[in-house]
Design a protein. Structure first.
Length: 324
């Protein structure tokens, strides 16, 4: 009798296992790259086929996966129209909701007999195809928000206050910004790398400054920033530019962006002055960074530069005691 009972339990367990094998189980995990493939909902949407900038194709896929998931988690909705191919900081980039996802490289493009722009469009089509399935894309986005609640579901308490003229904002670019690739009219976009204190409030880390490349009339290009977007999605217009005055922390001052810093527009001399983050720079000699075509000058990806507000500007700020 005991043996029959054990056999019965074993048979039930086998039947249950077989039933589970045939039952689709929705994963609670966010997207993970499969080797050199970037995925959505567990399926590849595009592949990165070559190393670049010192990173293997697998590492680049991991970075693109993080960028894609973060961009989608903070997007106001899920729709193919969010995906674009545009020139950012002088090179072609794939974006979602204005956030850079990946930059095509020539080796990956050549592997598919495409130009870099065509490869970026192919990557974009893969993401758009997934987002075209509304229910599936909503489910995937919800899984991202569930795993990354700070990035996806916490709304910061914001106030609109004035940032004084000369306020220094530390910014980094995900891609190198080069005088040899920039064109007038190109979109430029950088990320605020440290909190910028303004009284009892601050411009939070992760905010995005964007603008365009303009000709200053002297056969030189300058970056004219016109928009500040907080992690909460609030957008405020600004007028700002990169300065030859280096940003420093107020705790331990140190110059950054010191390599190949171009001459200023007025004095043709480099300005090694330093200012504290957030402090108005109006009393410090500051000049715009100019890009001269053919000079080979570039601001390296990840190198911190100072973006200076040209006017007293109302911007969206968060309280200092709110964790970023």
């Amino acid at each position: 009798m005991l043996m029959n009972s054990k056999n019965s339990l074993l048979a039930q367990a086998i039947l249950l296992a077989l039933a589970l094998i045939g039952t689709p189980i929705q994963t609670a995990l966010a997207g993970f790259p499969l080797g050199n493939a970037v995925t959505m909902g567990g399926e590849p949407v595009f592949w990165i086929k070559a190393p670049a900038d010192g990173f293997s194709q697998e590492h680049r896929a991991q970075l693109a996966q993080d960028n894609l998931d973060n961009a989608l988690a903070t997007a106001p909705y899920c729709d193919p129209s969010l995906v674009k191919v545009e020139r950012i900081n002088g090179t072609v980039g794939l974006t979602l909701n204005g956030h850079l996802v990946a930059t095509p490289d020539m080796a990956s493009a050549n592997a598919e007999n495409l130009t870099a722009e065509q490869l970026a469009q192919k990557w974009a089509d893969g993401i758009k195809s997934f987002l075209a399935d509304h229910n599936r894309s909503i489910s995937y986005r919800d899984s991202l928000i569930g795993i990354h609640p700070i990035q996806g579901s916490v709304a910061y308490t914001e106030r609109r206050l004035y940032a004084p003229e000369g306020t220094a904002i530390p910014v980094v670019f995900e891609q190198a910004v080069s005088a040899d690739t920039l064109k007038v009219g190109d979109v430029v976009r950088g990320t605020v790398s440290q909190d910028v204190p303004i009284g009892h409030f601050l411009i939070p880390t992760g905010s995005v400054v964007s603008g365009t490349v303009v000709d200053n009339g002297s056969h030189q290009m300058v970056l004219a920033f016109s928009e500040l977007k907080t992690p909460n999605g609030t957008i405020t217009p600004i007028r700002a530019s990169i300065s030859t005055t280096y940003c420093t922390t107020s705790v331990k001052p140190h110059p950054v962006c010191t390599l190949s810093m171009p001459a200023g527009l007025r004095t043709a001399a480099r300005v090694p002055a330093m200012i504290a983050i957030g402090a108005p720079a109006s009393e410090t000699v500051t000049e715009q960074v100019a890009f001269v075509p053919g000079s080979h000058f570039e601001i390296a990806a990840g190198r911190e530069v100072s973006v200076i507000l040209n006017d007293t500007t109302p911007v969206a700020l968060v309280e200092r005691n709110i964790a970023m």
